[in-house]
Design a protein around this ligand. Structure first.
Ligand SMILES: [Zn+2]
Ligand SMILES: [Zn+2]
Length: 310
């Protein structure tokens, strides 16, 4: 079944003996053992991703310097146009195109007010493995509410001690820019020295209409140790998932996913789509229900709301 899913690739397909083996044999070791994968990164993520994947399945990850900022940055000069997952896959493909490797890895972070808990700052990191040998994409996530992401506006000479303590300066680097300007935005990044910070505030407050310089946490992975820890956690999750194989087709990447099911309300009979947490394969149709701690709501959304307000 797996051989049909093989896509054309510049790299040599995995062959043993007479032909392509797919993932049908469990006893021969992991299909990625001894293979190479390219990590597209501009911000020094190799130490975070290489070791978990080598330990878990023997995949050798090396870094390719790719200008991943073309896909969007945390600073306002280039807004991201893709979803985080799409951006991570596009980054991985940039590294693959650059090096001709058939397996690529990349990560992408989203830092901001949490979509479900908007009062909290959250950092959600997605890590993907794109495998063109077999035509699969394996993804894993990690999330933290403890990432350092501060911002403030200052004049030269302002007392910044509290802000700098909250911002974890100088371990966590800062970016500085004019607070309000009609002109093209200028930003200095990776500020980790008090003298450089003072000079940047003096320069950029002078360029701002309100005479303030905007100072924010530098959110790039190489400048923000708390974010780095979340990427490391996502890398561990990816390694676990890559090591876990589908019980049906033996492809790597068996892990959490969701599927849509149609639910009929027991009161009004309305049909409503619902996402169900499952274990699923990234290659075949195999899924397995996850045991939910609570029974599903027998009522549709409208009936549940009516119940609450009654
Ligand atoms: Zn109903
Ligand atoms: Zn499968």
């Amino acid at each position: 079944m797996w051989s049909k899913r093989r896509r054309r690739s510049r790299a040599r397909p995995v062959r043993t003996g007479s032909g392509f083996t797919g993932f049908s044999e469990a006893g021969d070791g992991h299909p990625y053992a001894g293979l190479r994968a390219v990590l597209a990164t501009k911000h020094d993520k190799l130490p975070l991703l290489a070791s978990p994947l080598r330990k878990a399945v023997g995949l050798e990850v090396f870094a390719a310097e790719v200008d991943t900022d073309l896909l969007g940055t945390f600073t306002p000069e280039r807004k991201r146009r893709h979803s985080p997952l799409e951006a991570a896959i596009a980054k991985a493909r940039m590294g693959m195109a650059e090096t001709g490797e058939a397996i690529g890895i990349a990560s992408e972070g989203s830092i901001g007010p949490d979509p479900d808990l908007p009062l909290l700052m959250s950092d959600r990191e997605v890590v993907v493995l794109v495998d063109d040998l077999h035509g699969i994409v394996i993804q894993a996530w990690a999330q933290s509410f403890h990432v350092v992401a501060e911002s403030g506006a200052f004049r030269p000479g302002d007392d910044m001690d509290d802000f700098l303590a909250r911002a974890g300066f100088p371990d966590h680097k800062l970016i500085v820019m004019p607070n309000r300007t009609g002109r093209r935005l200028r930003v200095v990044k990776g500020v980790g020295e008090p003298d450089v910070l003072r000079a940047a505030i003096a320069e950029f407050s002078g360029l701002s209409r309100d005479s303030l310089a905007r100072v924010e946490s530098d959110l790039r992975a190489n400048a923000n140790p708390t974010r780095r820890a979340v990427i490391a956690e996502a890398a561990e999750a990816l390694a676990r998932r890559v090591a876990t194989r589908c019980p049906t087709c033996m492809a790597p990447g068996w892990g959490e996913g969701q599927r849509w099911v149609v639910h009929r309300c027991v009161r009004c009979g309305a049909l409503e789509p619902r996402a169900e947490a499952t274990w699923c394969c990234v290659a075949c149709q195999a899924t397995e229900m996850q045991k939910s701690p609570e029974p599903p709501n027998p009522l549709c959304h409208a009936c549940s709301q009516a119940e609450l307000t009654a």
